[in-house]
Design a protein around this ligand. Structure first.
Ligand code: 5GP
Length: 189
């Protein structure tokens, strides 16, 4: 019996069920709109994109392929901050920051900004490398859950405060490969 099963209108992963929320087409259209915004902001500045693994691989690939005219570099970092379906609030690790950042325009690529603890931690770490500027671009943003003052400069889609999966976002390691975004079905609703 596989741990994940899908009947297209519902997905079961571990003990939770998820319903379709944002189609792959809608998500990709939003990422393409965001790519125009980012391209306009960074044309001629040769930005360094810093994707946050594991979840941001999908967003990073779709965003960068939508702006081939922009001269840019990309690298990836990894953090461990999230357990199960609620944020632990503790960012414990930041791995893989080896590029020279001095004088560079750095754009952090996140899959989703929830409380904002993860991006706050990453920005603190990046600022120690004295970049010319640092900004955040995220595929999804939950304004109701956000607990920081840092501006989230570039957002593809704002969503309500619910646990979501798909397009890079996991449920305890599973479901990153589901197309589009799926929202948890609240068993108490
Ligand atoms: P934050 O530090 O902003 O609370 O959370 C950031 C990280 O928590 C994201 O990079 C992501 O890994 C995880 N996360 C937050 N909300 C969700 C969600 O709704 N679904 C999934 N799959 N991960 C989430």
């Amino acid at each position: 019996m596989p741990e994940t099963s899908s009947d297209r209108t519902k997905v079961r992963s571990h003990d939770k069920e998820f319903a379709p929320f944002i189609s792959a087409e809608e998500l990709d259209a939003a990422i393409k709109r965001l790519a125009l915004e980012v391209r306009t902001a960074y044309m001629g500045k040769r930005p360094l994109f810093v994707g946050v693994l594991n979840g941001a691989y999908y967003f990073a690939a779709r965003l960068l392929e939508a702006m081939p005219e922009l001269e840019c570099e990309i690298t990836f970092v990894k953090v461990a901050s999230y357990i199960g379906t609620s944020s632990s609030g503790n960012v414990t690790q930041l791995i893989g920051l080896h590029e020279r950042m001095e004088e560079r325009h750095v754009v952090v690529l996140e899959d989703i900004v929830d409380t904002g603890n993860t991006v706050a931690h990453i920005l603190d770490a990046l600022k120690e490398h004295h970049p010319a500027s640092v900004a955040i671009a995220t595929m999804l943003f939950k304004p109701e859950a956000y607990r920081h003052d840092l501006p989230i400069a570039h957002v593809a889609l704002r969503i309500p405060n619910a646990f979501v999966i798909g397009s890079g976002l996991d449920h305890d390691g599973l479901c990153r490969n589901l197309p589009g975004i799926w929202r948890i079905i609240d068993e108490h609703a």
